[in-house]
Write a protein of this length. Structure first.
Length: 405
């Protein structure tokens, strides 16, 4: 009996020492690095960045005259533009376009008009001179015919040969007269066509000049309706601003959005777009309203993707209708969209930072009364914040966010 006691005493001492070591070790652990495992709603979602746009809007365009193909101005710069977000009434000033190229075209058009008017004057003078010569030739030919007719009358007393010769000369004189009359009509018609052609060019150039003068007046752009000015975007996605160039192929300067319906427009990566469907709920965070979360619903999903700049992969345009719930949302605001793929209640979750991969296994470091234990866990799905746990830990367990020393 005494021998058993002598054996048990050291064993108990070692156990007590070990427990004491574990107890004091656990007391040294930084409690701020611990999180408690809880149950709650677990959501699988896809996240993408986007920008707010109005579902309907009124475009502020370049002057309509610039859309005319006779205006040989490919691009025109913006010299001045009201600040984005400015409230305007119909007819209020919005922007001024660069007049330099228009003024250069007006100058060239005036030079062309001066040249054409000079050509018209010359053509009229040439026509007058040419027709005058032709008329003189006709008079001479007519006099020659009269002379030949007199000779024919006088030849009645001459021989048959002389009468025949005089008759031939009369017929030749008549043919010459008719030829000169035809030449006169041809010259007259040719000169008329030439003059009309020049007059047509002058009329066309005068109309072009009037168009340019109207364009010069229209370079001061006014609001077509009441609203808040939001800058449009060019082909590259950059906002139109002072110094930007617009054209008939990209005519929008700004828009006046209808703020009653706001969309969040985003591009979802091709690897995730198959998970997105119309009617899917979306949680939307807007940088301008930190802490606020807005509800949204997927309105449209594009069938054709386009390359996302800088990422070397395709993205599909997705439009989300946003519920502003009384907040004044404006186009151009940046949004973060979380597409809720699946939502499950009463699920065991742990922060992503608390799960580690070691030896191809997912583990957590759990605090117990006996110290820190490395526990292998089985997971099923994760989002940007949490990992869903199936096995390995239970509700109320505390795990470390960083592996303890």
């Amino acid at each position: 009996m005494k021998q058993r006691l002598l054996i048990l005493i050291p064993v108990v001492f070692v156990i007590l020492a070990f427990l004491g070591y574990r107890f004091f070790l656990s007391e040294d652990v930084d409690e701020t690095d611990l999180v408690e495992i809880k149950k709650g709603k677990f959501e699988l979602y896809v996240v993408s960045m986007g920008e707010l746009e109005a579902h309907e809007s009124k475009d502020i365009l370049i002057p309509e005259v610039l859309l005319d193909r006779t205006i040989r101005i490919r691009h025109i710069g913006i010299n001045d533009l009201v600040r984005e977000g400015t409230e305007v009434e119909e007819g209020d000033y919005v922007a001024t376009l660069d007049p330099s190229e228009v003024e250069e075209n007006i100058k060239n058009s005036q030079e062309t008009l001066d040249m054409l008017n000079g050509n018209l004057e010359n053509a009229r003078m040439d026509s007058s001179l040419n027709l005058s010569d032709a008329r003189d030739a006709i008079r001479q030919a007519r006099d020659n015919v009269l002379d030949k007719e007199v000779k024919v009358e006088q030849s009645v007393y001459e021989s048959k040969a002389i009468q025949r010769q005089v008759q031939i000369e009369l017929e030749m004189a008549k043919r010459s007269l008719e030829q000169k009359k035809r030449n006169y009509q041809q010259k007259k018609r040719k000169n008329e066509i030439s003059i009309k052609r020049i007059e047509g060019k002058i009329k066309q150039e005068e109309e072009h000049m009037q168009t340019l003068l109207q364009l010069k007046k229209d370079l001061v752009v006014q609001a077509p309706a009441r609203g808040v000015v939001v800058y449009a975007r060019d082909w590259g996605g950059d906002k139109i601003k002072v110094g930007s160039r617009v054209s008939r192929w990209n005519p929008r300067i700004a828009i006046l959005p209808d703020l009653s319906t706001i969309l969040s427009v985003t591009y979802v990566k091709e690897i995730d777009v198959t998970k997105i469907r119309e009617g899917m709920p979306v949680k939307i965070s807007i940088d301008a309203f930190p802490g606020e979360v807005f509800d949204g619903v997927v309105k449209t999903v594009a069938n054709i993707g386009k390359e996302i700049e800088g990422q070397f992969l395709n993205g599909f345009k997705v439009e989300i209708e946003v519920d502003p719930h009384g907040v004044d949302l404006l186009p151009g605001m940046t949004s973060t969209n979380r597409f809720i793929i699946e939502s499950m209640d009463d699920q065991l979750m742990v922060p992503r930072e608390a799960v580690f991969v070691e030896d191809n296994r997912q583990v957590v470091y759990k605090k117990t009364p006996l110290g820190v234990v490395r526990e292998e866990v089985k997971t099923a799905g994760e989002n940007e914040e949490y990992i869903r746990i199936l096995e390995g830990v239970k509700e109320g367990d505390k795990v470390f966010l960083t592996p303890p020393q």
